[in-house]
Design a binder for this molecule. Structure first.
Ligand SMILES: Nc1ncnc2c1ncn2[C@@H]1O[C@H](COP(=O)(O)OP(=O)(O)O)[C@@H](O)[C@H]1O
Ligand SMILES: CC(C)(COP(=O)(O)O)[C@@H](O)C(=O)NCCC(=O)O
Ligand SMILES: [Mn+2]
Length: 882
């Protein structure tokens, strides 16, 4: 097939939300386990596996010669107006022959019987759309990404929508693929059911400009009415998976608005038409009650003078031609007429069937505030508040998603909510749901795109923050009191991220109530809060870019990538300032994670690596003295000193403005000493006495903990002088310790990959740590000898390391690595350390076992808000098993 070279030139006019190329770095643990839920899921064929390249490498690439590529990557919904594409890209699975991990699993029974030994394939689900009229662009896209080559030579692509029939020959001719047709209604329902159950922040209400996500109760979802507003409108009563009936519909739909709108306004694109409406005044086109009643209300039946009596009605009584009307007014009048009409029919249908919940999908909605408000108003008005309209973030992709799910071998199902992570790559804030063009091939192209964007500055503009969103002013049937300035442009209105499927993620099993668990402590829905954190993150950006660039050798290339990163992240921030709910419900943890993801997108894998190394070395040098000092104390004093030590050492946080300023004033050790000196009790939150009692220093003598999970935070003093000595104390008392660290770098947080080396270094000076590390399989050399002679098993209490499954300074315990989940099952103590893991997230989390939350608050505002205290105050929150 002939790929049009020109399409590349048009890149700035096209969306690249999907332009997220595989970096090969995924948060999937090397050997992933996951509960087997569907026998039809693809599995890896490991037979004949061989190491590629250097055997000495730490994580060698493993070639899987017998792994067939039989995954179907692509499904389509070819509608009257738009082609929707859902495709799956597999990331490069890094199967690592990690002896330490494997051995640890064997010894501690980490892998449990119900798990299977083959990893399920992880990957990413992308959502893309094209205009049906430009089907060639779509074919080029599929070809350029080789999406039709998922199978073997007789590739079959699942497709739904009328175009699956109409264009089947074209697909055969141009791509050599056969289209397997799936029923459109089946697909819509399958897509909607999946989204409602598997995507946490999928459904929302939209009233008077205010968007609110709806928590869907899986057990109380049916029946619901699904109204899909595409070119035409389908209304489907859904009673369960595959249980539905198309109960109604209307031919006055999205195609009507776009078609009539184009004729009447001469608009060239749908978005242009929609944008026009934002500056319109429908009273010049619509006949209002006041027009009929001489400016008066028809109060007897509750209609005010400004109520629309007849859409477009004014056009009959005046001697005007089409040119005499403003296109803006026509567009608005049309949009209201159609939205309102659909809302009303939907309500009547729901009423007839006794259904309370109505979900709206289809691309007519286009994430457009005014459209949603109008529909919501109609439902609200006619049902007198008894029913409500809900919208779906993946609005137009229901059918395509359903078609994708009809591939049995994918086994995509709604039980995998904890395995799906939605990410918003670079293109998202700029172009959002614009029609997609060809993909950006590599990072260089991405950066060029960023540079071009900045130079041009006109075609695609980064959204700028506006004051808090006002209402669209839709009251009754009346004309909106304000439009235009309050309705944002639709350039970036659709925000559908890339859905990462990470099969190795699981819900942390020690959460007391996973259903009500909310990781974020700070809700950024509050405008002041968002503004504050937006400023904090923006001000931190130059310093972060410097560190990132330095971490990559300070080369010109690194500088260029650094600039592009800063622009991309700023654009995300600006986008979210403008519409906080654009990417789903927004908490501080999401913003902090977005920053790390954005760094990785520009190939900065560890911006603080040098700093971490330097701090590790400095801290390890003073560790022996600290351990000696601790050993000279009574057990009781030691416990207090250890907790003080953890709190004091948590000051080493490169994510905090105040702390970074501090670091210029002294060496690591000086700051550590100063911090420790200030550790006077009572701390602002001080449950130490209760913890001490539980540790056996009171009247009661409870049994020692069997296994403790220590969620560690920063590298350097924090982990070496704070958490390791605490771990050592627990080990000494016979409690097994699992150090839980990040899978991927985030700020100066220590990662699970880095920890064994740190522990090995510390173990050189400490018998307890050495024995425990050996027992936990952390010392590779020692490990191998143990493996060779299994009978010489160490008798020490083991110290283990496990990755948490994330790459952020915060942690969402609904999505942790399966290895952590497995180790957690025997744990009876959880210690969360640091501001990110125990304050910004999880401060209010409840556990089924004892929990200790330790952090120094390194931010004044957070200190005031959360603990009514001040910066550098400490939190020692102990909560016995609930
Ligand atoms: N960029 C666009 N181009 C054309 N129509 C669009 C666009 N964005 C939104 N729409 C609206 O979405 C409708 C198509 O919705 P969709 O759910 O894709 O239905 P269909 O499957 O019938 O194409 C169009 O009729 C139009 O009202
Ligand atoms: C990113 C962090 C949560 C990391 O803190 P940690 O978990 O390392 O204690 C924290 O540095 C933070 O909230 N920083 C922004 C606030 C500030 O600069 O004041
Ligand atoms: Mn940290």
């Amino acid at each position: 097939m002939n790929i049009n070279e020109d399409t590349k030139k048009n890149i700035t006019e096209k969306s690249i939300t999907e332009g997220e190329e595989d970096t090969g770095k995924e948060m999937v643990p090397p050997v992933a386990n996951s509960i087997h839920r569907s026998s039809s899921r693809p599995q890896l064929d490991l037979s004949g596996a061989a190491i590629q390249g250097n055997f000495e490498e730490r994580d060698p690439t493993i070639l899987l010669p017998n792994q067939s590529d039989d995954i179907s990557h692509l499904a389509l919904d070819i509608g009257g107006s738009l082609i929707k594409l859902v495709y799956f890209s597999r990331h490069e699975d890094r199967l690592v022959n990690d002896k330490r991990k494997k051995s640890m699993k064997e010894r501690f029974g980490v892998s449990n019987g119900s798990r299977r030994s083959f990893p399920i394939l992880g990957g990413r689900l992308h959502f893309v759309k094209f205009e049906t009229a430009k089907i060639n662009e779509c074919l080029e896209f599929i070809h350029s990404k080789q999406l039709h080559r998922g199978d073997n030579d007789n590739a079959v692509i699942k497709a739904t929508g009328g175009g699956a029939y109409k264009f089947a020959d074209l697909f055969k001719e141009k791509l050599g693929v056969s289209i397997e047709k799936e029923d459109e209604m089946d697909c819509l329902v399958a897509g909607a059911n999946f989204l409602l159950k598997a995507i946490r922040h999928e459904a929302f209400t939209h009233k008077e400009g205010h968007k609110e996500f709806v928590q869907i109760d899986h057990n109380d979802l049916y029946p619901y009415l699904l109204v899909n507003i595409g070119s035409g409108v389908s209304m489907i009563k859904v009673d369960g998976d595959g249980k539905f009936q198309r109960v109604s519909g209307t031919n006055v739909g999205g195609g009507t608005y776009w078609g009539l709108g184009r004729l009447l306004t001469k608009c060239k694109s749908f978005d242009e038409l929609l944008e026009l409406s934002q500056r319109g005044d429908n009273s010049s086109v619509d006949m209002l009650v006041g027009d009929i009643y001489g400016g008066l209300d028809y109060s007897k039946i509750g209609l005010s003078a400004s109520t629309i009596a007849s859409s477009f009605g004014k056009a009959i009584s005046e001697n005007k031609e089409i040119e005499d009307y403003r296109p803006e007014d026509i567009s608005l009048s049309l949009l209201r007429m159609i939205s309102y009409n659909i809302g009303q029919i939907s309500y009547l249908t729901a009423l007839q069937l006794g259904i309370k919940r109505i979900f709206f999908g289809g691309f007519f909605i286009r994430g457009h505030a005014y459209t949603m408000d109008t529909i919501s108003f109609a439902i609200q008005f006619w049902s007198k508040g008894g029913a409500q309209a809900m919208f779906l973030r993946h609005e137009g992709f229901l059918g395509a998603l359903g078609a994708f799910m009809s591939y049995e071998k994918h086994g995509l199902d709604d039980l995998m909510v904890h395995q799906l992570v939605e990410r918003f790559p670079m293109g998202a804030p700029y172009t959002g749901g614009k029609i997609h063009g060809p993909p950006l091939g590599d990072l260089n192209e991405k950066i060029s795109w960023m540079e071009k964007f900045v130079r041009k500055g006109t075609k695609i503009t980064a959204p700028v923050p506006i004051s808090s969103p006002r209402t669209t002013g839709l009251g009754g049937f009346e004309a909106p009191s304000s439009k235009g300035d309050t309705l944002r442009s639709d350039e970036s209105n659709l925000n559908v991220g890339v859905l990462h499927l990470v099969p190795s993620l699981e819900v942390f099993p020690l959460l007391a109530d996973p259903k009500t668990y909310e990781p974020n402590t700070i809700d950024l829905a509050e405008p002041n809060e968002l503004q504050y954190w937006f400023t904090v993150l923006s001000e931190h950006l130059p310093d972060l870019v410097d560190k990132a660039v330095a971490s990559e050798g300070g080369t010109d290339d690194a500088r260029r990538r650094g600039d592009a990163f800063a622009r991309a992240f700023s654009a995300h921030l600006a986008r979210l300032m403008e519409e906080p709910a654009a990417y789903g419900k927004l908490g501080l943890a999401n913003l902090l994670e977005l920053r790390e993801e954005c760094l990785r997108e520009f190939n900065f894998f560890d911006a603080y690596s040098t700093i971490k190394q330097r701090e590790n070395e400095a801290s390890l040098a003073v560790l022996p003295d600290l351990l000696m000092e601790l050993d000279s104390m009574s057990e009781e004093t030691r416990l207090l000193t250890l907790i003080e030590g953890v709190l004091a050492a948590n000051i080493f946080d490169w994510g905090s403005r105040a702390c970074v300023d501090l670091y210029h004033k002294g060496t690591i050790i000086e700051i550590y000493r100063m911090s420790r000196k200030k550790m006077q009790r009572p701390w602002r939150v001080d449950d130490f006495d209760a913890f001490k009692e539980r540790m056996g220093f009171g009247d009661t003598k409870p049994p020692r903990h069997k296994r403790a999970l220590l969620f560690v935070d920063n590298a350097g003093a924090d982990v070496v002088l704070g958490m390791l000595p605490l771990a050592r104390e627990l080990l000494r008392r016979g409690t097994e310790v699992v150090l839980v660290a990040n899978s991927l770098p985030a700020l100066n947080d220590v990662t699970a990959m880095e920890l064994p080396e740190i522990v090995a270094e510390a173990a050189k000076h400490c018998d307890i740590l050495r024995g425990a590390a050996e027992a936990g399989g952390l010392l590779m050399d020692a490990m191998i000898s143990v493996q060779d002679s299994p009978r010489e098993k160490s008798s020490s209490t083991p110290l283990m390391v496990v990755e948490n499954g994330c790459g952020s300074p915060c942690i969402d315990l609904r999505q942790v690595s399966s290895d952590l989940a497995a180790l957690a099952k025997d744990a009876d103590l959880v210690i969360l350390e640091g501001m990110g893991r125990s304050l910004h997230t999880n401060y209010n989390a409840r556990f089924v076992c004892d929990a200790l939350k330790l952090a120094m608050v390194k931010n004044q505002r957070l200190a005031e808000k959360l603990i009514k205290g001040n910066i550098y105050d400490c939190v020692c929150r102990y909560e016995p098993a609930s």
